[in-house]
Design a protein around this ligand. Structure first.
Ligand code: ZN
Length: 141
């Protein structure tokens, strides 16, 4: 690539170039000291035109204030995921330990007697969820 003209650099500073051309010029500036020098000179000449940051600290604070607070939400989601993971793990454990088998045997027994087995199952599930709700509440403290 040939050296950049003063006009090229002026266009680069104004940001009026296409993205492709701008990238080419910037790449050239990284590798060419003489063009970089011309670029820096023009930056100095242009400085009066550019807005001057009077209070960099308050500027930074303003930027930070505009950054959305995400960490809180992330934590909540994390807890919910943990909650379901614990429920799933407990389900697998209970299934493998044969607890569900005995529960189903029990509810089948009730069923055969014509009792409300679905209510028993629902209350068992309710108790499990209550138990895990308590666990996750304790973990949040
Ligand atoms: Zn050059």
């Amino acid at each position: 690539m040939s050296h950049l003209t003063k006009e090229d650099i002026a266009n680069l500073l104004e940001g009026s170039l296409s993205e492709f051309t701008q990238e080419q010029f910037e790449t050239h500036l990284y590798s060419c000291d003489s063009c970089l020098e011309t670029y820096m000179q023009q930056v100095h000449e242009k400085q009066g035109v550019l807005p001057i940051l009077e209070d960099p600290h308050s500027f930074t604070d303003q930027i930070i204030a505009q950054v959305p607070v995400r960490s809180q939400k992330k934590k909540e989601r994390h807890t919910t995921v943990l909650h379901y993971f614990l429920a799933a793990a407990a389900t697998i454990f209970l299934m493998s330990s044969g607890v569900f088998h005995s529960i189903f045997a029990y509810t089948n027994q009730i069923d055969s007697h014509g009792a409300q087995s679905s209510q028993v199952t629902t209350s068992i599930i309710d108790k499990l969820f209550f138990y895990f709700d308590n666990i996750s509440l304790k973990e949040e403290r």
